[in-house]
Design a protein around this ligand. Structure first.
Ligand code: CMC
Length: 431
């Protein structure tokens, strides 16, 4: 295959280098395009734009493949823990037993949140969405830890702090939203067990940890750990490209994740399923709406920019969801509705022609609900899982000598030059 692409434009022919990834994905390097031709590219949503080279996560959207640092998601979900997977995503290799133990000790050491931060929590209106609170609090963390990252060991300290504290902060926001006493982390609990205990233990009703729920939470977070250049990760990289600190970059990523086309879809799915259940809406009418060209409604938890087949995470999530509901002997009418929606949608020509299959968010909310996690916390759960990816991608971007300040161009469609009219000469304008 040629290693250059030839572009002829306005009678001028130029050659653009082709770059190739290790799995055969190919890109045309257009860095010289504007300088040589005066043209830019136009690609809203960046569906055809490679913004970086990355060695973290590989996806094949046609085949439904997802690997972190070369290891298939299926193997990690089956055998790894979230802490081990986070280590892999951030450091590039699975940890040795000694490295994993050290990380666990560090996570424990960093698990407390400065007591002064609780004052911030108390001042948010009670109805605040936990994603807004989380984004603000992660940004505020920087005021408590203003040190710059100047070495690998500084980075290690900061990433462990973020992964540990953000989990604690999420649980605190839930407790405060309920008006309950904050539950502190425990040194004798693992990362996931600690989260469940901080969420659900109360002085009057001790939380009994169940191994299978701790495992299910590990799998849930492993499935969310990274997903190459998704919207929030692109935001984290973009903000970081201005040499913005990691706390502010992550805070921006959390805000991007909040949207219902991205991480907020897990909350939107449950709202959609609940509406169908409570209002007695027929599944076939929902499918009809999703297909309508005039209705902006979309089937939430379906479709993906990259996957043109079943999302490999959704397969595992569906299995995980069934297992949790079975173990808890929890009957959820929303699961029946979801299964019916999937069955109808995946045999409907509209969904097949548009390559729309369940994504990771379709079954995750049903599982979280069974575990007792409130709907408003679902996207926060996604955010905790995505931390290793955001952190690894922020670091990779910061260390990549080819990276520059993110600054796309535009094709201007506004008014051409016109004179400034002093206010007294402007007339009264429309009534
Ligand atoms: N229901 C109905 N139609 C859809 C859907 C859907 N869920 N998703 C895409 N389409 C249609 C869309 O109307 C358009 O149709 P047409 O070409 O006939 O006008 C076509 O498919 C392409 O849509 P698009 O918006 O250009 O596609 P995209 O690649 O930008 O969209 C998506 C990706 C995830 C934003 C979209 O599939 C969607 O809105 N899904 C629902 C929200 C959701 O579940 N989001 C979670 C994504 S996975 C978790 C994560 O990574 O955040």
């Amino acid at each position: 295959m040629s290693n250059v692409a030839t572009l002829t434009i306005n009678g001028q022919t130029i050659e653009l280098p082709i770059i190739e990834g290790v799995e055969g994905d190919r890109g045309i390097d257009i860095r010289q395009l504007r300088q040589k031709t005066g043209f830019i590219t136009y690609d809203p949503g960046y569906g055809n734009t490679g913004s970086c080279k990355s060695a973290i996560t590989y996806m094949d959207g046609e085949k439904g493949i997802l690997r972190y640092r070369g290891i298939p998601i299926e193997a990690l979900a089956d055998q790894s823990s979230f802490v081990e997977t986070a280590y892999l995503v951030i450091n590039g290799e699975l940890p040795t037993r000694e490295q994993l133990n050290r990380t666990s000790v560090q996570l424990n050491d960093h698990s407390l949140v400065h007591e002064d931060m609780q004052i911030f929590y108390q001042n948010f209106p009670r109805a605040s969405h936990p994603m807004g609170i989380l984004s603000a609090m992660v940004n505020a963390l920087r005021s408590f830890y203003p040190e710059l990252i100047t070495s690998d060991s500084d980075f290690e300290e900061v990433y462990v702090r973020l992964i540990s504290k953000i989990r604690t902060m999420a649980a605190i926001s839930y407790k405060i939203s309920r008006g309950h006493k904050v539950e502190y982390p425990r040194a004798d609990y693992t990362y996931c067990a600690n989260f469940l205990n901080m969420m659900f233990n109360t002085p009057v009703k001790p939380y009994i940890l169940r191994k299978e729920l701790v495992r299910a939470l590990n799998v849930f977070w492993i499935l969310h750990a990274d997903h190459e250049q998704n919207c929030s990760t692109a935001v984290v990289r973009s903000v970081g490209s201005a040499r913005t600190n990691i706390y502010a970059s992550l805070s921006a990523g959390i805000s991007a994740l909040w949207g219902e086309l991205h991480g907020g879809a897990n909350q939107a799915v449950i709202q959609m399923l609940s509406d169908i259940h409570e209002k007695g809406i027929k599944v076939k009418d929902v499918i009809k709406r999703a297909k309508s060209k005039t209705d902006p409604f979309r089937l939430m938890g379906f479709g993906h920019r990259v996957y043109k087949t079943y999302d490999p995470r959704a397969k595992i999530m569906k299995h995980n969801c069934h297992e949790v509901l079975d173990r808890l002997n929890y009957q959820d009418p929303l699961l029946d509705i979801a299964l019916e929606l999937e069955q109808i949608a995946t045999s409907d020509p509209y969904f097949l022609d548009h390559y729309l299959y369940p994504n990771v968010d379709f079954y995750s909310g049903i599982m979280l609900r069974a575990m007792g996690i409130p709907t408003s916390m679902f996207t926060v759960m996604f955010a905790i899982g995505r931390l290793p990816g955001w952190i690894a991608q922020w670091r990779e971007n910061t260390l990549d000598p080819e990276q520059r300040l993110t600054r796309p161009r535009q094709v201007y469609t506004g008014l051409t030059e016109r004179p400034y009219i002093p206010i007294d000469e402007r007339g009264n304008g429309p009534d």
